[in-house]
Structure formats: structure tokens, C-alpha cells
Design a protein around this ligand. Structure first.
Ligand code: SF4
Ligand code: SF4
Length: 323
């Protein structure tokens, strides 16, 4: 596994970052002990960077893995907090929940533009203070928007950006893949660290897994690439691919196909159960505008849905599932 400086943060991170949304209650909902085994397989394979968020509700799973692994791992988490006080509480929940005294980074979750960043001014200022206190190494934001990347690039408080980027440009809300890459390139020139998310577009690119992953790992603008993994077989397949890319070796298509077929990384979709009451909370929650109400029920546009699972978190009727 190759390691790369995470921008100017002083951290060296593995090119493969463990994206932990996949094991969380929003997606595969693995029991903590089982999820920890998957994370441990990645750590044993050289991964030293984990991406999570308060919203994913998986701190306990990650804490179990960190405890068993016993060596330093860089964890980045995110929060929707708006005020300084909310952000402070959120950060301490992360530190306590993960059982660590410092995080690699804490990010403003799902920022859209300079306007939303202004709306989170207090939270951002708290994160800068937390960095000075040594509670975090870097301040960041995550975004599905090109405008969000430009806002971060222009913000001196932001050290790192976690943008949505994939070969097909699926899920980028306000433009194309190449426009997003141009924004990321600009952010890099402004000294920001960047680690990508949704490089498989939430499973849309499952038919071209190898090509989509290779494309992401070959982007010089990405210090690291977060990939969601929910089984040890999937971890092994990704480790094998990254190892081959690191060594500029050709990847045996048949071997990878076998590993990925064992991994369960196949096609997935968002299911709306028949008991949906049509309340519309999920429609308002979806960052990708992939849901609408029709005949009193939520309906998903599969072309716009990146299978993030965020809508499921607001459905009190448990009517949304990624299967
Ligand atoms: S939040 Fe749940 S119940 Fe409400 S519209 Fe969405 S799926 Fe239906
Ligand atoms: S419909 Fe749900 S799973 Fe799909 S992009 Fe929107 S929030 Fe994410």
C-alpha cells in the first residue's frame, strides 16, 4: 500500500480510504463486531485512513476495530452542526464514541456553496479552535457540489475537501465530471487536501468496478479515495486492485472478477416499501434530488440516486432500504 501526504495536514494516508457508510445502519447495517472485522481486514492490509460521520451511527464499530488493531489510524468524521456549541458537542461525541483523543479531521457535512458555508460560520470557527487545541489535525468539508469545492478552495479555514467524484460524473449536483475535476484541481492549487467519495457512484458503476476504481486511483488530484466496503472479500478485492496499481502491474481481470463476485459488491437499488405514507421527509433530505412523491408514495429516480442511504435516516416508518 502506498501512502500519500494529505495536502498540508502533515498526515500520511493510504491511497485507499475505508469508507464506513457501507457497514453502517444506513446501508448494510452490520452488527458492530462484524463491521469491526471488515475494518480490521482493511487495516491489516495497510489501510490507515477511515472516513465516517456522526450521521452514519457507526462510531462503536470503528472503536472496536481501533481497539483491536492497536496502532495509529487516521479517522475523519463529519457533522451537520451549525452553531459552535453544536459542533463542540458533535466533536466530543466523535472523540468519546471512537475512543480517541484526536481525530485526523472533522468536516462540515454536505456543504453546497459559499452561502451554506457562511451559514455554518460559527461551527467552522469552533473547528479552527479545536485544531488549535490539538483535538483535530485538519478542518474540512464534504460536498456533492462543484460550488462547494470552490467555496472550500476560497476558505482559508478549510484544510481538506471530500468531494463526490466518479468516472461517470453520477451524483454531481451542479455540473459535469470534468467541471468537478477542474474545481478540485483549483482547490489543490490553493493548498487543499482532497479525498474522493462515491467513486463507484453508490453501486451504479458495479458493471465496470475495475475501470471505475482504476480511474479514481489514477486521478493525481486525489490524495486518497474512499471506497465503501461491507465484506472481507470486498476489502481483499480492493486491496488487490490497489496493490496492482501501486506496482504498475496488470490486474488479472479474471482474478478480480472472482474476488469482486465473492464480495457481494453487485447491483443495488433503493427500495420504497409499500407502507410509505408519503410524508415527504425523504424528498427534502435527499442531497441529489432523486426522490419525489407520486400517488401518495415516495418514488426514486434511479439515475439520480447514488445510494448514499441518507434518506433512510429520516424515515421514521423505515420504508426505505438499500438492497
Ligand atoms: S420519509 Fe419514509 S414514509 Fe415519508 S415519504 Fe419518505 S419513504 Fe415515505
Ligand atoms: S434517494 Fe436516498 S439513497 Fe438515493 S441519493 Fe437520495 S438520499 Fe441518497
Amino acid at each position: 500500500m502506498k501512502y500519500q501526504a494529505l495536502g498540508n495536514t502533515g498526515l500520511m494516508v493510504s491511497r485507499l480510504c475505508f469508507g464506513s457508510l457501507t457497514i453502517s445502519p444506513l446501508q448494510a447495517n452490520l452488527p458492530p463486531e462484524e463491521g469491526a472485522e471488515v475494518i480490521l481486514a482493511a487495516l491489516a492490509g495497510g489501510v490507515n485512513f477511515i472516513d465516517t460521520a456522526e450521521y452514519y451511527q457507526n462510531y462503536r464499530t470503528i472503536a472496536l476495530a481501533l481497539l483491536q488493531f492497536g496502532r495509529e489510524v487516521h479517522v475523519a468524521s463529519k457533522s451537520y452542526a451549525v452553531t459552535g456549541r453544536q459542533m463542540r458537542e458533535s466533536l466530543y461525541r466523535a472523540l468519546d464514541g471512537l475512543g480517541v483523543s484526536q481525530l485526523a479531521a472533522f468536516l462540515l457535512h454536505e456543504q453546497e456553496s459559499a452561502a451554506t458555508l457562511r451559514g455554518h460560520r460559527e461551527a467552522l470557527e469552533y473547528l479552527v479552535a479545536a485544531k488549535e487545541q490539538g483535538l483535530i489535525k485538519a478542518v474540512g468539508l464534504s460536498t456533492h457540489y462543484i460550488a462547494g469545492v470552490y467555496a472550500a478552495a476560497a476558505s482559508p479555514e478549510i484544510d481538506l475537501i471530500h468531494p463526490l467524484i466518479n468516472r461517470a460524473g453520477i451524483g454531481i449536483v451542479d455540473g459535469t465530471r470534468d467541471e468537478m475535476l477542474a474545481a478540485i484541481r483549483f482547490a489543490r492549487q490553493m493548498g487543499k487536501a482532497v479525498y474522493g467519495m462515491k467513486v463507484l457512484a453508490g453501486g451504479h458503476l458495479h458493471r465496470e468496478l475495475r475501470i471505475a476504481l482504476e480511474w479514481a486511483f489514477k486521478q493525481p488530484e486525489l490524495d486518497s479515495v474512499a471506497v465503501g466496503m461491507k465484506s472481507i472479500a470486498e476489502v481483499e478485492a480492493n486491496l488487490r486492485l490497489v496493490e496492482a496499481l501501486d506496482n504498475a502491474a496488470s490486474v488479472e481481470e479474471t482474478e478480480l472478477a472472482r474476488l469482486f463476485s465473492l464480495s457481494g459488491a453487485g447491483p443495488r437499488h433503493l427500495l420504497v416499501e409499500e407502507w410509505c405514507s408519503g410524508c415527504g421527509k425523504c424528498v427534502r433530505r435527499c442531497p441529489n434530488k432523486a426522490l419525489h412523491i407520486e400517488d401518495g408514495r415516495a418514488v426514486v429516480n434511479p439515475d439520480a440516486c447514488v445510494l448514499c442511504g441518507y434518506c433512510g435516516g429520516v424515515c421514521s416508518d423505515f420504508a426505505l432500504k438499500i438492497i
